[in-house]
Write a protein that binds this ligand. Sequence first.
Ligand SMILES: Cc1cc2nc3c(=O)[nH]c(=O)nc-3n(C[C@H](O)[C@H](O)[C@H](O)COP(=O)(O)O)c2cc1C
Length: 183
Amino acid sequence: MKRICLLLGSPRKGGNSETMAEALVSEVNGDVEIDRFRLGDMTIDGCLDCRKCWSGGRPCIIDDEMDNIYESLAEADTVIFATPLYWYSWSSQIKPVLDRLVPFVSDEALSVLKGKKAILVASAGDSHESCFDGLLYSFRESCKLLEMEITGEFCYPDLYTKNEASEDAGLIADLKEAGKNIL
Ligand SMILES: Cc1cc2nc3c(=O)[nH]c(=O)nc-3n(C[C@H](O)[C@H](O)[C@H](O)COP(=O)(O)O)c2cc1C
C-alpha cells in the first residue's frame, strides 16, 4: 500500500488546480491511499521563525491543523502540491504549509522528508508557459533542500475561469494517463 498526501491549494472547490490534481490521482496503478487536504478549509498559521522546531518532540510548537498534515507527511510516499498560480508564485492557502516544512531542514530534525516523491500541479490564467518560471524555481530549490525527489511537474497555462480545466477533455485525459505511473 502506497500513500499520497494531496495538498489542494486553491480556495476554489472544484477549480482548475483541484480538478487537475484529482484527474492525476484518479487512475493510479496499484494500491493507494490518499490523504486529501483542502487547505482553504483549514486553519494553518505561518511559520513564526521561533527556532523551536522539535523542541516538544513535535515538528512545530504551533497547535493547529498543520498537525494533520505532519501526520500524513510522515506516512506519505508521494506528496502532491497543487496550487493556482498567484502573482507568479504559490497561493496564500498553500504557502503557510510550505513555510511549516522548515522543521524538516533543521539540524535537530527527528524525521525528514528525504527520499519522498514530490509532484507539482499548477494552473494559471496567463497563456505563456514562462509564467510558471518563479513557481518552478521555488518548487525545485525547495525539493532540493528537503531532499525530495521530483517525479512530476504538471503546469498548465490558459486556465482562468473556474471550469476551464474540467471542460478540457484532452487535458483531463492526459493527466489521468500520466497519473497511472506516479507511484
Ligand atoms: C489572487 C490571484 C492572483 C493570480 N495571479 C496570477 C498570476 O500571477 N499569473 C497567472 O497566470 N494567473 C494568475 N491568476 C489566475 C489563476 O492562476 C487561474 O485562474 C488559476 O487557474 C486558478 O486556479 P484554481 O481554479 O485552482 O483556483 C491569479 C488569480 C488570483 C485570484
